[in-house]
Structures are given as C-alpha cells and as structure tokens.
Design a protein around this ligand. Sequence first.
Ligand code: PXP
Length: 251
Amino acid sequence: MNSKKVNKLKLGVNIDHVATLRMARKTTYPSVLEAAAACETAGADGITVHLREDRRHIQDSDVYELRKALTIKMNLEMANNREIVNIALQVKPDEVCIVPEKRAELTTEGGLNVAGQIHELSESIKMLTDQGITVSLFIDPDAEQIQATAELGVPFIELHTGTFCNASGEQTERELYRLVKGASLAHKLGINVNAGHGININNIAPILRIPYLNTLNIGHSIVSRAVFTGLEAAVKEMLCAMNNYDGGDYV
Ligand code: PXP
C-alpha cells in the first residue's frame, strides 16, 4: 500500500473539451452542465474548467452556470490576468489554480515561474484568498518553484505531470523521480499536493506512486474515452484505476 497517502486520492474531471466540441460548431450542445452532472453521478470529487483569455472552449456563462449547478467542488484554472481574476472573485469557485497561458499553445505548456513573479502573483492570491477561495499554483516539480510557493503561503500546488507523461525511455524514470522529490519537498513545507496534465489510463500507475497526492485533475483522456463509453463510464473507469492501485510508494 502507498503509506504516504494523505487521504483517499480524489479525482477532478476537467471538462474543457466538452466545450471544445461545442465550440467547433458554435452549437449549444454538448452541454457542460450535463457533462458535469454525469461526472458527479460517476463519483468524481470535483469539476475543473479553464477559462482561457481567448475563450477557445469554456465561456464566461459556463463558469457562472456551473457555479450554480455543482454540488461537488469547482476548480477554476486561470492565468494571472486581472480580467479573469475579477471573474473568479465574482464566481467564487471553491478553488482556483493559476496556470501560465500562451495564446498559441494547444494546451498549458509547463508550470508557472512563481519565483520570477512573486509580486504579481501575491496581489491576486491575496484577493482570491480574502474571498475564501483556495489557491493552487500549477508548477513543474522544481525545488526553486516549490520554495517560492511556500514563501507566498499558498496552500496547494498542482504538479505538472505533462513532461513525465510525454517522456520515453530513461527519461521516464527521471521525470517520475522529479515528481516524487517535488511532492515530498512540498509536503515537508506544509503545501498540499495535486497533480495533473497528460494523465491517461495507461500512464496512471506510476503517477499513483507519487507520495502525498490529494487530487488528480484529468481531462483530455477522460473526455476522449467518453466518445466510446459515455462520460459516466469513462469517469468510473479512471476512478477504478485510481482506487485499485496498491503498487506502493516510490522508494
Ligand atoms: N491541470 C492543469 C493545470 C491543466 O492546465 C490541465 C489542462 O487544461 C489539466 C490539469 C488537465 O490536463 P489533461 O487534459 O491533459 O488531462
């Protein structure tokens, strides 16, 4: 058994790509509210959406409507941009995860440079925290970034697992080791650890060996699987993979 579990590992389902499908034709379907309800029925612990500056998938109205409808936790991913911070302050999701954002990227590439923007981040973090929103920073498993997050007094990080998920050969073990070290350092500094990006049913087993994990945020692979199985079944499949794991800690 993984003895460095902090609690039962939670699943946050990112439903951005339900909105991607809708925006491909600018229709009113598929409904993100219906998708969130299916995830909730399947046993997901939270719903994650990323309100991007370019609004390529999730729209402002989705965020407001989800806030009203959800009975599980709502996690809003967003850039540290004043317009989006103001929306978050109105919507009041349970959690906000601040991510770096580039217009041309297909998806979030790499973690935030926390150490390089302490001042800019601290203002937003204070405003969000004052509204009772739990703040998380999406970072690579680098000691410098984790230390900077601790200096800011942020309660959560989300470790970027994308590099590990895209790795092959010897790099795979190196990247896993970085995630394990990062999670251990964060835990030692009193920071709660989430993880996400690029996780699918085939690469999740080593991810589950990372200690002190609180929540995994998974989107693209679940929504893709849902094309064949339906969303409820796809979420259940991922929960089953998470819960049946007993491969032990990374040592
Ligand atoms: N966590 C963060 C911070 C992200 O930006 C994303 C992608 O939106 C995810 C998790 C989910 O990644 P994926 O869609 O690859 O599962």
